[in-house]
Design a protein around this ligand. Structure first.
Ligand code: FES
Length: 612
């Protein structure tokens, strides 16, 4: 047999999944092929240390230097490997430890902001047709159009090919009577009389996808859900994913296919929950940052990934749902609202809309923290608003942190350190297996407040939990005997440095935004904090470490997933769509890196403020 054609079986435990891969494929590739989402923040670049597996049986390549660097000695002895570094050289069995799964994470779907009344874009008209006979052989479409003209005075209506393909069977199944859904003089579908039109609002986040299934007439939520973005196994941040799409000939197609499939499956789940049918879904609205929408639409991304970071589009788009692989009504479209610029996309427009930032009568900052953080400023009396985007990195998603994990069951989400003792809580009160964004922020803030870190983030002696290790000092948060994985959970020097990088980037974003618009810190009245991490973080601790500047008069308002709510508003209301267009038009995008003082501000932001 030609050795180049050799394939081996990989068996993943505890799932019992088997997959056949070619000789030399990595375990990360095998996991992707098996549809297993392994945590892999760096996208397989051997730098995050998250794609842990335990080699149980079979032959693989020797340990790579990245593994020697990232894995503990004890783990190496226990058979731990990094999936992205391990090549399959025989049939293999591997165990996936709990902390390597991207599942069951806390997905912030809801917002505490107000709802709006619908101003539906899709209209439903009842019809009853005379069945076709040998004496009346008008086409099905003509028959329907004639009826709509005579009964509802509707003329010049258009129907797309999928609608015409659907019509003959549907009309006969419905016995020639029902309702026809129409938007902007386009027929979307025909439905039985007892079925109502519904819509789908999606916030396509880099890490998570949140969606609402909505009654288009009443605006009621019929079902709500959230899933992990399946592209996460190609890298936690947008840069890694754009790089994958650029480097691999079919990379863009692969990433688009992955997210489209998940969106369609999520739609199926929401419809099951609500007891509704796909043909009722008359329209969708999807928001996301520019990288996410470009990848979904399979647009070229090379120009977006490199300076001057130009998007392929910035205007609102209406894309046939079928072209995105979404099983909705035959003529349904997905509305994608406009972008602002750079990586500030329609999700930030949606957040500004739902939080009414554009109409605020106060000096208001809006911030949505993620792997990419967007901040915008509204000054009353000024037509223009200003937005910046900061490459804050995925530290607060639990990535690039030694024992970091997503906000899933068993993640440490709150930490208090007093008199050297640690109090913590975990999601779902499970034994701790790692630490998520809000827990990481708390840990660093508490360590600084307690004097265990100095203002540049270096560990200080004086607590028995602080230990010296080859790669620097670390703080023992949870002993092995108290954790759910039987392994210690620590915050090490590199983790603190990662947090400092995020803090520096976001702090610089705030300060430059205020400086460039001539806004004094004291004059900020309100800070709207949106997004999943923003909903759970401790504001006091965020100020302590300088993640948020000390704004003496500002009220901080944590609003939850405002982007998903904004998407819903735009789904049910033409007026909200109009306002979103206005927000995008009125918001000036500021590229931070072109600001001469950016490096200085960034470096200054990486020094913790004086303790209060
Ligand atoms: S180290 Fe393997 S995916 Fe990051």
């Amino acid at each position: 047999m030609n050795p180049e054609n050799k394939t081996f079986q990989v068996q993943f435990q505890p799932l019992g999944k088997r997959v056949s891969v070619s000789d030399g494929a990595t375990l990360l590739e095998a996991a992707r092929q098996a549809g297993i989402q392994l945590a892999s923040a760096c996208g397989g670049e051997a730098s995050c240390g998250q794609c842990l597996v335990v080699l149980k049986k079979g032959k693989a390549n020797p340990l790579k230097s990245a593994e020697q660097f990232l894995l503990e000695e004890g783990d190496i002895k226990a058979g731990y490997r990094l999936a992205c570094c391990t090549q399959v050289l025989s049939d293999i069995t591997v165990q996936i430890p709990k902390e390597s799964f991207i599942t069951g994470q806390r997905l912030q779907v809801e917002s505490n902001l107000a709802e709006i009344s619908p101003d539906p874009q899709v209209q439903a008209y009842a019809f009853e047709l005379k069945p076709a006979t040998l004496e009346d052989t008008r086409s099905d479409l003509k028959r329907l159009l004639d009826e709509l003209t005579s009964q509802h005075q509707l003329s010049d209506l258009k129907a797309s090919l999928p609608v015409i393909q659907d019509l003959p069977n549907s009309l006969r199944q419905m016995d020639w009577r029902g309702v026809v859904l129409i938007k902007d003089a386009r027929i979307i579908s025909v439905l039985p009389e007892d079925k109502k039109p519904i819509g789908l609002a999606i916030d396509l986040g880099t890490t998570k996808i949140a969606a609402h299934l909505v009654d288009l007439e009443t605006g009621d939520n019929l079902a709500t859900g959230g899933i992990s973005n399946p592209q996460s196994s190609y890298g936690d941040d947008v840069i890694n994913r754009l790089a994958y799409a650029i480097r691999n000939p079919n990379g863009g197609q692969e990433l688009a296919g992955l997210v489209r499939k998940s969106l369609d499956e999520m739609l199926g789940d929401l419809l099951d929950q609500a007891g509704m049918e796909r043909r009722q879904v008359a329209e969708g609205c999807l928001v996301g940052n520019t990288a996410m929408t470009h990848l979904l639409l399979e647009l070229p991304v090379r120009q977006l990934a490199n300076a001057p970071y130009v998007a392929a589009y910035s205007e609102a788009l209406d894309i046939p749902a079928g072209a995105l692989g979404l099983g909705m009504a035959a003529g349904a479209t997905m509305h994608i609202p406009p972008n602002i610029g750079g990586f500030v996309g329609s999700d930030h427009v949606a957040m500004m809309l739902a939080s009414d930032l554009d109409q605020s009568e106060k000096v208001t900052l809006g911030i949505d923290i993620g792997t990419n953080t967007e901040i915008s400023l509204r000054l009353p009396g000024s037509e223009k608003m200003t937005a910046v985007s900061c490459a804050s990195g995925p530290a607060f998603e639990g990535a690039h942190i030694k024992d970091g994990m997503r906000a899933a069951s068993g993640a440490i989400d709150k930490v208090r350190i007093h008199d050297g003792q640690v109090d913590l809580t975990t999601i779902n009160d499970q034994l701790p297996i790692g630490i998520c964004g809000s827990g990481i922020l708390d840990s660093v803030a508490e360590l600084y407040q307690g004097g265990y870190l100095n203002e540049t983030g270096r560990f200080q002696k004086g607590n028995q939990r602080i230990r010296s290790r080859d790669h620097g000092a670390e703080f023992l948060l949870v002993a092995a005997k108290d954790s759910g994985s039987g392994k210690e959970i620590v915050i090490n020097q590199k983790d603190v440095n990662e947090v400092l990088l995020a803090v520096g980037a976001i702090n610089a974003g705030f300060n430059i935004l205020l400086e460039i618009t001539g806004t004094a810190h004291e004059s900020v009245d309100e800070v709207i904090v949106a997004g999943a991490f923003g909903s759970f973080l401790n504001i006091q601790n965020a100020i302590r470490i300088g993640l948020f500047p000390h704004l003496p008069n500002a009220q901080f308002r944590q609003v939850g997933n405002a982007a998903a709510l904004g998407a819903k508003w735009m789904l049910i209301s033409g007026e909200a769509r109009q306002r979103a267009q206005e927000i995008a038009r009125r918001t000036r995008y500021l590229e931070l890196t072109t600001y001469p003082k950016f490096s200085r501000q960034f470096a200054r932001g990486m020094i913790f403020p004086n303790r209060k």
